[in-house]
Design a binder for this molecule. Structure first.
Ligand SMILES: [Zn+2]
Ligand SMILES: [Zn+2]
Ligand SMILES: [Zn+2]
Length: 372
């Protein structure tokens, strides 16, 4: 590509008044420029010290120093920006003038601009580049980007790079970048492997927590079902209507249970428990044993043992108090606590849902009333 003054939005003209640097907002007369930016290809980009200084504190410091004269530059100050492609420097200078950056420029020079933005402390460019570079991360370029991001103190880019390496490690391992890293930066390699290891164990911990949470939710659901099965029956296998003790009239039963499958299984188990002959056998019946555990769990969280109709509730309460005196079973206590909190959580969610549904129903009713 032929050297141009500044790529894209900046155009060079050779009119009588000399060069003019046209940006989105303003046009600058480059004959009045007092600085030359010198790039690695020895290209010179005329610029204005005031603009550069206002966009970058580092350049401002440079401007404060006395001018060192170079041959052929007259009294103009020359600032060398080397180590990145000439066009990247052009785009950088253009950004200092106009704060504008095209997607194409980001695509081509994103990582160079990130480095320049860091070195010259151009915060808004650094933020844009961090975002742009992250969006363009691939298994091929991620190792290079990570190395640069560490040098440029760009934590967001580092983290996203690490995550990509972790999720596509098999592919990244095959890249030239990774091989180079292994040979030249064993500490970074170690950091990456450590990150992957941590991420894996975090994932495992999350999965285990979710599994446990699920179990407690199921148990809390079972507790609710046991209560309502033993007090009201359930629509599926229990009576469809229940007798009101005080008035001996048939009172319509509440809505079908939301935890239908749990409820159904429990009802069958409770019926089985009532008639099982192996219940008190030496070896015992596994199904009855499970049911006993659920009854015990219920008793541990039941707050109305006197009026409770769940089988064995009072017996377990008494036994529990004895056990307490003997010294507590910690595991059981933890289980009970977790089920209680799961129950609280689910009832909280439920009441929120009911409230929403209630509000929605209310709205529908109001609309109907107004529409009629
Ligand atoms: Zn139920
Ligand atoms: Zn049994
Ligand atoms: Zn009870």
């Amino acid at each position: 590509m032929e050297p141009v003054l500044v790529a894209m939005a900046v155009t060079a003209t050779t009119e009588d008044d000399g060069f003019s640097l046209i940006t989105d907002k303003t046009s600058y007369n480059l004959t009045a420029s007092d600085v030359d930016i010198v790039t690695s290809g020895n290209r010179r980009i005329p610029a204005h010290s005031g603009i550069l200084a206002s966009a970058s504190p580092v350049l401002m410091n440079i401007m404060k120093k006395p001018v060192r004269r170079y041959r052929g530059c007259g009294s103009k100050r020359a600032i060398k920006i080397l180590g990145v492609p000439c066009d990247a420097v052009s785009v950088f200078i253009k950004f200092l003038y106009s704060s504008s950056l095209t997607e194409d420029e980001m695509e081509k020079y994103g990582i160079h601009l990130l480095a320049l933005a860091h070195v010259y402390m151009v915060t808004n460019l650094k933020q844009r580049c961090s975002k742009g570079v992250v969006q363009r991360l691939t298994a091929e370029n991620v190792v290079d980007v990570l190395q640069l991001a560490r040098l440029c103190d760009a934590p967001d880019v580092c983290l996203r790079s690490m995550r990509l390496i972790q999720s596509q490690f098999k592919t990244v391992e095959q890249t030239e970048g990774w091989k180079f890293l292994q040979e030249h930066d064993p500490f970074l390699e170690l950091d990456i492997l450590q990150f992957i290891d941590d991420a894996e164990s975090r994932k495992k911990r999350r999965r285990r927590h979710k599994r446990e949470q699920n179990l407690y939710m199921q148990l809390s659901e079972a507790m609710e079902c046991i209560e309502h099965i033993c007090t009201q029956g359930c629509t599926l296998v229990g009576p469809t209507n229940v007798v009101d003790d005080n008035t001996s009239t048939m009172v319509e039963k509440s809505k079908p249970c939301k935890a239908f499958s749990t409820c159904y299984g429990l009802q069958l188990s409770i019926r089985h428990f009532a008639v099982c002959k192996r219940r008190s056998n030496e070896k015992g019946c596994l199904r009855c044993k499970r049911m006993l555990q659920l009854f015990r769990l219920h008793s541990s969280i039941c707050d109305q043992p006197e009026s409770c109709r769940v089988p064995l509730c009072r017996q377990f309460k008494k036994k529990g108090e004895q056990d307490k005196r003997m010294g507590e079973d910690t595991k059981w206590k933890i289980l009970v606590r977790r089920v209680v909190s799961a129950k609280a959580m689910s009832s909280l969610c439920q009441s929120k849902k009911n409230k929403c549904e209630g509000e929605a129903e209310g709205l529908v009713r109001i609309r109907k009333e107004f529409c009629v």
